[in-house]
Design a protein around this ligand. Structure first.
Ligand code: CA
Length: 515
């Protein structure tokens, strides 16, 4: 009987211990190797996304406001990673840009053409594919697609636009009220999710701010920021829209006449606590009263509007930058920085007074360009700058490629992986198709067009307009003069028109999509 045999018993115990020990060592080694492979091949993906953040309000882009409104934390991503100078949005408006990012498909295929639409969450999206591939998926902040988020292990989102103070976040279906400044709270909740996540899996985390979307209510701590200076005015603040089709002149996004009391902080939008209101109103009320008493007119009034608008916008951006810094610090202090790809972008560009405008929508440069910064230690060369034509149509494919996954062939963009590695393929796109559908929003008609970075051809198909524009961006970077009727450009215009037709065929845009 083995139980009575001391030698046998001892041998058994010895074998068992040895088996246990060797098993433990093998398991331990396997874990080390596996985690090493996981770190190298399946990095975490942190997508920090804002709403309406213009390139000119990020100092890494070196625009006219870089000196007065620095963004050191966003600049840190650029300095430690790649800055994309030509990331173009397919449809320059909030919800549609988000739908493109989730699906890798243009608006006419993902079904979300304008902010009035509801996103079909049953379709294939990048969080669903990454979750299937073993990623933990979460979204915190602005969603803006109406339907309930799908494909996320955790969602915690604002309803619609949300508000700058004391937001309600729909947290996996439950309404949860928070007290404080929304940009700070979205970061708090993002860090809270990171703290509670399953550390055995890589994560795909979308941290999406409301800011700096209007109506620009700054945090209490930055109410007096920029008080002691005049922000430089853009050269085209008093654009008269001559030299182009009637489309631009018909706009309803003028800082002079359309910006309205809520966007100027002459009225407030958030529901404040009494303590918040005392400080907020204590700052704005005396200044508003002085403005109303002065009864400014004409350019003086527009200039006051511009200063009020741009300062509040930049104060909101300051809070964004601080909160980006908090997330970068969290990655550092938790040993996650090396294994996490950090991508920063915003759903489109924005007008900071150029052409006299606030808002976005147009195919023109400032609203067409999205900020895009990517840090990926060991893969992306620090401080690199890329000028290829890339787009939010490439984001889904890129997220999947970072995770080592194939992307579906019906996605319409391309993975930026080789671009991030500094090896842009020779057959990378040389032209880009744009299509805006939200007819009449801020007076902007439906339009579509093509650009190759040097030239831009624009079509306004509306029966009343029935117009074309053509810009030479090298000679006219501010797009003040359409050359569509200039015979010197006729061959170029013909070639661009052929390219426009080719892109529409390739992307499956039918004539019906003109309306
Ligand atoms: Ca937006």
């Amino acid at each position: 009987m083995t139980t009575k045999c001391e030698r046998c018993d001892a041998a058994l115990k010895f074998d068992f211990r040895r088996w246990l020990l060797s098993g433990f060592l093998v398991a331990f080694w396997a874990t080390i190797v596996a985690s090493g492979v996981a770190a190298a091949d399946r990095p975490n993906i942190l997508f920090i996304f804002t709403d309406d953040h213009a390139l000119n309000a990020i100092s890494a882009y070196g625009g006219p406001l870089a000196g007065v409104a620095p963004t050191p934390n966003l600049d840190r991503i650029a300095g430690e990673g790649m800055r994309f100078d030509n990331c173009l949005v397919t449809n320059s408006i909030c919800g549609p840009s988000r739908a493109v990012i989730l699906t890798g498909k243009y608006s006419h295929l993902n079904g979300f053409r304008s902010n009035g639409d509801t996103f079909d969450g049953s379709q294939r999206t990048v969080p669903k594919l990454l979750r299937k591939a073993g990623y933990q998926t979460a979204i915190v902040g602005k969603w803006h697609l109406k339907s309930t988020p799908t494909g996320f292990d955790h969602f915690e989102v604002l309803r619609g636009q949300g508000q700058y103070y004391n937001p309600m976040l729909i947290t996996n279906g439950e309404e949860v009220n928070h007290t404080g400044y929304t940009t700070d709270i979205i970061t708090d909740r993002t860090i809270d999710w990171l703290e509670s996540r399953d550390e055995e899996k890589p994560f795909f985390l979308m941290c999406q701010h409301k800011a700096p979307h209007g109506r620009w209510e700054p945090p209490l701590r930055h109410l007096t920021l920029f008080d002691d200076m005049e922000i430089p005015e853009p050269e085209t603040l008093f654009d008269d829209y001559a030299g182009r089709s009637p489309a631009a002149a018909n706009h309803e996004m003028g800082i002079a006449d359309h910006i309205g009391d809520h966007r100027l902080m002459l009225k407030y939008s958030s529901r404040f606590t009494p303590e918040q209101f005392k400080v907020f109103d204590g700052y704005f009320r005396p200044r508003n009263e002085a403005f109303l008493k002065a009864n400014l007119t004409g350019k003086e009034r527009t200039r006051w509007h511009y200063q009020r608008y741009i300062k509040n916008y930049l104060r909101c951006v300051r809070a964004v930058d601080e909160n980006v810094g908090r997330l970068l610090d969290y990655l550092d202090s938790n040993g996650l920085a090396d294994d996490t790809v950090v991508l920063y972008s915003s759903d489109q560009g924005f007008w900071l007074g150029e052409h006299g405008w606030f808002d976005k929508r147009w195919i023109y440069e400032e609203s067409l360009h999205m900020p895009f910064l990517v840090r990926w230690p060991g893969v992306v060369e620090p401080g690199s700058v890329n000028e290829d034509l890339v787009s939010n149509i490439d984001f889904a494919e890129t997220f999947l490629a970072i995770a080592g996954e194939e992307y579906p062939t019906d996605m319409q963009g391309r993975s930026l992986l080789p671009v991030l590695k500094g090896n842009t393929p020779a057959n990378w796109r040389k032209t880009f198709y744009y299509h805006y559908y939200e007819a009449g929003g801020h007076g902007v008609p439906i339009h579509f067009g093509v650009t190759d970075g040097r030239y831009k051809l624009v079509r306004f198909p509306d029966d009343k307009l029935d117009a074309w524009e053509f810009f030479d961006l090298k000679n006219d970077p501010q797009e003040m003069q359409s050359e569509y009727d200039n015979p010197e450009y006729s061959e170029r215009i013909t070639a661009m028109n052929q390219e426009l037709s080719r892109l529409r065929r390739e992307l499956g845009v039918s004539d019906g999509d003109r309306q």
